[in-house]
Structures are given as C-alpha cells and as structure tokens.
Design a protein around this ligand. Structure first.
Ligand code: CA
Length: 522
C-alpha cells in the first residue's frame, strides 16, 4: 500500500487523483487522504456518547482506509449536556482540530463569525466533491446550514427516511365494537367515545384509555384535526412556514378551536388523564395492560408492540391508520424526519490541516465512508449482498436493539457529519411498521418542514429576550386549558393580547428577517 502511494506521488499525481483500488490485508478499500498517518484531535459530545472513542471499530477502519487518526480531546465528558461541554472546551482555551456535537448549529452560528471555527465554503468547493455535490443538489439544506454572515461552519448529520410518527389504533377493538377505521375527526371522536364506554377489552370495567401518548405534545398534535398547527418541524412547538412567512401555530384560530375541542375530549375521558406526566413507558404500560386504544408515535418502535404483545393479549391487533381528515377535509401528517439536523462537526480555528480535515469530512459522504458511518465495518457488522450492505444474522438475531449495537461500534453517530441511509433501519423494521409507512406513502400526507434560521447577533438578542417567556406562558395556558383549570374560550382574547404584550411580534419580525436573508437569497 505504502509503495503504491509513493509511486503515484513520484509521478506527480495529487492525492485527490489516486484511484481507490488497492486493498490491504483487512479487506478494507484504501482511500488515503495523506501518505503518512495524520493525527487530528477531536472534541465529540452527544448525550449518547460523551467522548470520542479511539477503539471504536469504525474509527479503526477509518484509520486504515484514510490514514487520518482521530485522537480524543473531548472536554466535559462527565456531563451529558453538550452545550455545557462546549462551554468548558471554549473556557479551556484549547481548541481541538475538530468539534463534533449535538446542537452544534446555534454554537457555530454564534462563535463562527467570532472566529472560533473556520469557514468551510472554500474548503468544500476545493476539497469535498461529494459534500459539494450533495449541497448543490439540496439548496434548502445549504441555506439551512449557512450562518448569518453567509459562511458555512459545520457539516451536518443528515437523517434519511421520510416517515417518523404516525397514528396507531387497536384494530381488534374496532372489530369487536363493529366500528370502521375513523376517516375524519367526527368519526374519530365517536370511536374514542366507544372505546371509553363499550368495554372493548372485555373485562367488565370502564378502564380503557382511548388516546394516550409518550409525550404530551402528541396530544397537542391533534389540533391539526381542526386545521391548527402544533409544530413546523421535528422539534416540538416549533415555528412553521407558510407561503414564505414565519408563523407560530399557538396564536392561530385552528389552534384555538382545536384546543377547545381537545379540552372537551379530555373532559369526556377520551384522553389519558395522565397525558402530561405518564411519559416514555406509556406504550409499554397501557398497551401491555390492554388499556390503551390509540396513539401517535414513531412507526418502528410503536409497531413493535404488535409482535411483542400478540401472544400475551388474545387477538391483539395494533396497526397504523391514515391521518383522519380535519374539519376542512385535510389529511395531514405533521411529523416527519427532518432532512438536516443541527448536529454535526466543525473545524476549530487552530487546525493546521483544514484541507486534509475537509477531505476527511468528505470521506464520510463517499459510498465507502457512508457505509462505514451507517452500518459499521464490512465483515464485522455487515457483508455486501447484491451491492447492498446486509447486517449479519448475529446482529439481527442476538436480541439487542440494532441501533444500540451500532452506537457501540461508532456508527450512526449524530455528532459526525454524514448522510444517513434509511436502509440501515429498514432491515430491522417489522412488517406492521413497513405496512404503515406504505399507507402514509400512498396517501402522501407529509408536509414541508421548517429547517430553522440562523439568527444574527441582533436577532438573537431579540429572540433570547422575549421568546422563552412567551413560550413558557403558552405552555402553561395550554396545560390549564386541557386539564380544565382555565377555559380557553373565555381566555382567548386576553391570551392573544398578553402574548403580543410579551413581544411576540418582535420575535416573529426577527425570525422573518433571518428567514428572508437565508432562504430567499437563493
Ligand atoms: Ca374495560
């Protein structure tokens, strides 16, 4: 291998033109970025892995393939808060060559223009053909990762697969009560009422909990059935964009009408009385005890209960249903996977090898790097079958969640900038989930997402001054209205005045300014 490099170098070829043909003893394809191993330091912090592990098989393979060695230099690993860890890093005064973290975008938006991170635009053009090709063909994503000064400071983690959450319902309960799958909001109300009153679990008790959710924002999500909006992205309660204008659903009439109806549903016992507090094990508890009737949640994990509970609850049939039509006849699935996350990695200002680093970043966008980032190491976690990575039988059948096994070898790291490949997930998604996704695909229920804005310092100051208080007030009122301690119809006009008095229009103005600069320029 070394001889091959020397020979091509002697011929005066640049490294970028070395054909990627040679293989070493490991069987891994060689895509050397440098002829001698080059060490680059990295701070990598994510809730799931609070430092970079040089022993990860994926890192070891990347070393063999690229000759770039990442050395862990993470600060703040004893905390799972990535922002705190970055603050400690900045305070230490020792900037590593690479910084990868969850939520890096607002940090580079702030510290990039101040000089802490290197602007990447020219490096991308010159040294990263695969990243460049991706951004050129996805101008919205390019806009989304561009900071207020026009520079790009991070290479993002790019989720793949469109579908996130969908509606699931007990088909066996519908059948037992002689009901059809609800096709609109009125039919949904009647079905949930029947679940409440007609003892579909057959134990003689009125103990059913018709609608439940692991997160209470999946109750607020139901305002879409009255043409309201609960969020514009995969972040809960986010702003949304309509015809180039920034809006927030919580000051709009669809939300008012929706919340007023949901308060009624809560009073009628159609909603889990513990919706605000039950949390993550809601599905486990309410489906497992044969009490829960319907939810809105992630396809793969929610569908898995169809397999695990079939033998425990006779007749158990838990499947996806299409979004019911709203009062105006719109079937909408508001949640989807966002195509770009605020997570990824950046180049520190002291990095003396920005070109090699950018070539290394680009490696993860090549077919070989993409497979390594998504599936793990060829021959260890997967083998190539008909041109597609296929997980080993051991990976798929050892009873461990596949995603956890991948995190453990250093693949599927969100603090690495790379394009995810949904095929990694499809291989262990059950038939119930795949059928549900096909149903949503056929109906084309997804809507466009708000990809976020990069605020300049003045806009950020406005946002920080007003928005947290407004948001807290909105969420307090929301809970009071559902729980019945306040009446939304009596409160609504005052609520709107209060939100405005608290600076709502200033926040929307700042967001709009940033949005226009970021997205309308292209
Ligand atoms: Ca019952």
């Amino acid at each position: 291998m070394r001889k091959f490099i020397l020979a091509t170098t002697a011929l005066g070829l640049t490294l970028a033109t070395i054909p990627a043909l040679a293989q070493d003893g490991s069987g891994l394809l060689q895509l050397p970025i440098v002829d001698k191993p080059l060490e680059l330091t990295i701070h990598m912090h994510h809730k799931r892995y609070t430092s970079y592990n040089e022993d990860w098989p994926v890192e070891q393979a990347a070393r063999q393939m690229t000759n770039i060695y990442l050395k862990n230099a993470t600060v703040g690993s004893n905390s799972d808060n990535s922002d705190e860890a970055l603050n400690l890093l900045l305070a230490s005064g020792k900037m590593p060559d690479i910084v990868g973290m969850a939520g890096i975008k607002p940090q580079v938006d702030k510290y990039g223009p101040e000089g802490a991170f290197q602007p990447l635009n020219d490096l991308i053009d010159k040294d990263a053909p695969d990243i460049k090709a991706f951004l050129d063909s996805h101008p919205d994503i390019k806009s989304a990762i561009t900071s207020s000064d026009g520079n790009i400071y991070y290479i993002p983690y790019l989720p793949d697969g469109k579908y996130g959450r969908g509606y699931f319902i007990r088909y066996d309960w519908l059948k037992k009560l002689g009901l059809d799958v609800p096709q609109n909001v009125d039919q949904l109300h009647d079905v949930l009422l029947a679940f409440r009153n007609d003892d579909p679990n057959g134990n003689g008790l009125k103990d059913e909990i018709p609608y439940f959710a692991t997160q209470f924002n999946e109750l607020i999500r139901l305002v879409t059935l009255w043409d309201g909006r609960s969020s514009g992205s995969d972040t809960q309660f986010d702003f949304y964009v309509k015809d180039g204008e920034i809006h927030h659903g919580f000051v709009e009439e669809g939300y008012h009408v929706g919340m007023s109806n949901l308060a009624e549903w809560y009073k009628e016992g159609l909603i889990d009385p513990e919706i605000f507090t039950r949390g993550n094990n809601s599905r486990e508890a309410l489906l497992g005890q044969n009490l829960g009737g319907m939810t809105h949640d992630w396809f793969a994990s929610t569908a898995s209960y169809n397999d695990t509970l079939k033998d425990k609850i006779p007749g158990f049939d838990w499947e996806a249903m299409a979004p019911p039509a709203s009062v105006s006849g719109v079937r909408m699935e508001e949640h989807r996977r966002i195509p770009v996350k605020p997570d990824g990695w950046a180049i520190g200002y002291t990095n003396k090898h920005p070109e090699e680093t950018m070539k290394y970043f680009d490696f993860w966008f090549t077919p070989e790097g993409k497979d390594l980032a998504n599936f793990g190491v060829e021959g260890q976690q997967w083998t190539m079958v008909d041109g597609h990575p296929q997980f080993t039988t051991e990976m798929l059948t050892n009873g461990q969640p596949v995603n956890n096994q991948l995190y453990a070898v250093g693949s599927q790291l969100q603090a690495r900038g790379y394009p995810q490949d949904y095929a990694y997930e499809e291989q262990w998604t059950n038939q119930t989930a795949l059928d549900g996704i096909a149903l949503y695909d056929e109906g084309d229920y997804l809507i466009d997402q708000f990809l976020g804005v990069s605020l300049n310092p003045d806009e950020q100051a406005v946002y920080d001054k007003y928005w947290p208080g407004i948001r807290t007030y909105m969420l307090e009122k929301q809970q009071a209205w559902i729980l019945g301690s306040a009446d939304i119809n009596a409160d609504w006009d005052n609520y709107l005045s209060e939100v405005d008095r608290m600076g709502y229009s200033k926040v929307i103005g700042a967001m709009q300014e940033a949005y226009d600069r970021q997205y309308k320029a292209n």
